[in-house]
Design a protein around this ligand. Structure first.
Ligand SMILES: Nc1ncnc2c1ncn2[C@@H]1O[C@H](COP(=O)(O)OP(=O)(O)OP(=O)(O)O)[C@@H](O)[C@H]1O
Length: 715
């Protein structure tokens, strides 16, 4: 149940004793439940409150939009019309059945009075009841048949739209927890068989047909019962019984309210940690070399003994806790109320013995019709509740599909002339300050510098000093809080985002390798040249990846991590590989989402070379192409590379660079800094020194101090 969201606004605070009930479940778990308002103790009200009605009202424009969208899907209206018609018929069946029951009752009545049975009518009634049941089965079958293509089309349509909505988000918007929550709610990551939209369509149809059912049943019930002896009294008693059982049932439905559970039991937390440590392959090396297993075993034994039977997960603990509870007063009364109609019937039979057969028949009719009626009523209540949830999900879905990116696009094309880029790009920061969206600390404070076209710039500094942040702001992943960034003397915010990104190639420190093939070609997506194997190979050579890629079985088509897992069961021991991949056994291997047999075993350095090659993919476009790149940003490009690879990389970069502007972020002092046109030395979110290597050494500041320290180490 972890992570299930509700559409309610506001905050749940477990420490608020007035509104939250605290229960200790055994010695481990503590349950915090929101106290239900008094109103909710009245039957039906748990699912019917004002908030939900307001929610339904607010969601209506989105639902209307949804209907329009569903209507635009090919052939959906035809299917939907059929579906509605079928459900219209289905909703009338209970009332028809009830009417025939009434007919039966009147046959019994006249049989008692006149001692004759109207056989023709009896057969007609019996045949009609059979026809009703058959009709219901057939209509339900066709409703299922139609719902399949309808559901599939709706699901496909929204899947495609949602993928687009998620794919287009920029970094701050994507990382915003409220957006992520909205996404998860509107489009759960699990591949559910029914989309929210389909559920809403079904829910709305059900609600409509339940209303029809209720009205038709009520009309027929009134006609049938009004002439019966004690009909209204028996109907009331049966209704009371049903209402009480509903109240009991809805109260036992754990999960309708707001709740949270936690544990503060040190032994249980430790026991869980030990279980995780033992089950996770990542810890095995340390457990073996550190001789830890005996200690872990004895600690585990101690925890298990101390906790006794309380070592289970929350749901188990809650279940056994509930089973120990004595039945509530309501449950006891409910059992007694169940007997009331029988008691009334018996009393009546005692007073009027002659009416027994008719009373028996009418008792039977009354109890079955009232229970069918109350069921319909409950369905209506339940469906109103779930329709409000569904409508809220529809609203969330449309809101999240229409959410605006935080980084607003510019309007000016860049560059005016694509040849300009061959001469590089100039970059200027004017008093730029920046904080990450979820942070209060400055990542950059009043930073100003200018990189002239075609310069090689190295940003140096300690961990966390703000180097990567500068690169991210140049790529416009974020906008500065204060100050201005100029690209070729134009405000970066005025330029079209797609153009800026086309003009630069970036390698991030926390680069990723995608769970896709063509990891290198992705560096230049969507262009015909990205299928050009000779360019891919060249990019791989520049990144130093070609050698090991060519040794892989699928070469440049390799999936570094297979995104789809194989399924198998009960394999005999000797089966160590299947479909050309190693078999991963049991939960231990899969624990914690570790890289299993489905990933190609590449080292960290090799992964970095692939990411580097991807960066080169774009910059390798021929110089006259319109798609050329004028700016290369490298965040720690050699962090995982061995010294030879690092040396080769810088040689290749020198060759590739031409007139392009290049910016590196690095911790290392060496050839790169010595060859740089500009070094920005950062400390604590600010640039503290700036200039060429010689100038900084002459200045004798922090750069010179660290350079000399390093130089001494090699003496
Ligand atoms: N996504 C983020 N959210 C919040 N704070 C962040 C985020 N990324 C970085 N920071 C913070 O911003 C500051 C600057 O980080 P930045 O990554 O620019 O440093 P860096 O100089 O590149 O460090 P390193 O050498 O370790 O890569 C740090 O204090 C860091 O904790």
């Amino acid at each position: 149940m972890r992570g299930t969201y509700s559409n309610r606004k506001g905050k749940f605070d477990p420490s608020d004793e007035r509104n939250v009930k605290h229960t200790k479940i055994g010695q481990v778990w503590e349950l915090y439940e929101e106290r239900q308002p008094e109103l909710s103790k009245i039957p039906f009200s748990t699912r019917l409150n004002l908030e939900q009605y307001i929610g339904i009202y607010e969601s209506l424009p989105y639902v209307w939009q949804m209907l329009k969208d569903v209507g635009s899907i090919r052939a959906c209206w035809v299917y939907l019309g059929l579906y509605l018609a079928l459900h219209g018929f289905l909703s009338l069946i209970p009332a028809i059945r009830l009417w025939y029951s009434g007919q039966l009752l009147s046959i019994v009545g006249s049989a008692i009075e006149k001692r004759t049975v109207d056989k023709q009518l009896l057969f007609k009634v019996a045949a009609s009841r059979v026809a009703c049941s058959l009709g219901e089965v057939i209509l339900q079958h066709f409703s299922r048949v139609i719902s399949r293509p309808l559901n599939t089309r709706i699901k496909q349509y929204y899947n495609i739209h949602m993928f687009g909505a998620l794919a287009r988000l920029d970094v701050p918007t994507y990382n915003d927890p409220s957006i992520q929550r909205q996404h998860e709610q509107a489009f759960p990551s699990t591949d559910l068989p029914q989309s929210v939209v389909w559920k809403t369509v079904v829910g709305s149809v059900n609600l409509g047909s339940t209303v029809v059912m209720l009205i038709s049943q009520l009309t027929v019930m009134f006609r049938v019962l009004k002439d019966q002896h004690d009909g209204p009294l028996l109907a009331f008693l049966s209704l009371l019984n049903s209402v009480m059982s509903w109240n009991y049932y809805s109260q036992s439905l754990f999960g309708l309210g707001v709740w949270a559970a936690t544990t503060r039991n040190a032994d249980f937390i430790k026991l869980s940690g030990l279980r995780k440590a033992i089950g996770h392959p990542a810890h095995r090396k340390e457990i073996v070399t550190g001789n830890m297993w005996e200690y872990m075993h004895s600690e585990y034994r101690r925890c298990v003994t101390t906790l006794g039977e309380d070592t289970g997960e929350f749901s188990n603990a809650l279940n056994s806790f509930r089973q120990r509870r004595f039945p509530s007063v309501v449950a006891l009364i409910r059992q007694s109320v169940q007997q009331l109609p029988q008691i009334v019937f018996t009393l009546r039979a005692v007073s009027y013995p002659s009416s027994i057969p008719l009373s028996l028949a009418s008792l039977n009719l009354i109890t079955s019709t009232t229970s069918s009626f109350t069921n319909t009523l409950f369905r209506l209540v339940y469906e109103t509740g779930s329709i409000s949830d569904n409508f809220a999900s529809i609203r969330k879905m449309y809101e999240v599909m229409q959410v605006e990116n935080r980084i607003r696009d510019g309007t000016v094309g860049y560059p005016e002339n694509s040849k300009e880029l061959q001469m590089g790009v100039s970059i200027e920061f004017r008093n730029v300050s920046f904080k990450y969206p979820e942070s209060n600390a400055y990542a950059l404070r009043n930073v100003s510098f200018k990189i002239v076209k075609g310069q090689l710039c190295v940003i140096l500094g300690q961990n966390g000093s703000g180097k990567s942040t500068i690169l991210k702001l140049i790529a416009r992943l974020y906008d500065p809080l204060e100050g201005q960034i100029l690209i070729d003397d134009r405000d970066i915010k005025t330029l079209k985002l797609a153009d800026i990104r086309q003009a630069m190639a970036v390698l991030y420190q926390d680069y990723t390798c995608f769970p896709l093939s063509k990891n290198i070609a992705l560096g230049d997506p969507g262009h015909s040249s990205s299928n050009d194997l000779s360019r891919i190979t060249k990019a791989a050579e520049f990144g130093g990846a070609s050698e090991f890629i060519e040794r892989l079985e699928d070469g440049y088509e390799t999936y570094l991590e297979r995104p789809v897992r194989d399924y198998y069961s009960g394999l005999p021991e000797g089966t160590t590989s299947l479909f050309g991949r190693a078999v991963s056994f049991g939960g231990v291997r899969g624990a914690g989402g570790m890289k299993g047999s489905d990933s190609v075993g590449l080292s960290g350095g090799q992964m970095q070379r692939i990411a580097l090659s991807r960066t080169f993919m774009r910059s390798l476009v021929s110089e006259d192409s319109e798609l050329s790149v004028g700016l290369l940003l490298f965040d720690e490009p050699s962090a995982s590379l061995d010294p030879t690879a690092e040396h080769d990389l810088f040689e290749r970069l020198r060759h590739l660079r031409g007139q392009k502007t290049m910016i590196f972020s690095s911790h290392r002092f060496g050839n790169l800094t010595r060859n740089a046109d500009l070094i920005l030395y950062m400390h604590d979110s600010a640039i503290v020194e700036e200039g060429s290597h010689e100038a900084l050494i002459r200045a004798g500041g922090e750069y010179a101090r660290i350079w000399n320290l390093q130089a001494q180490a090699f003496l």
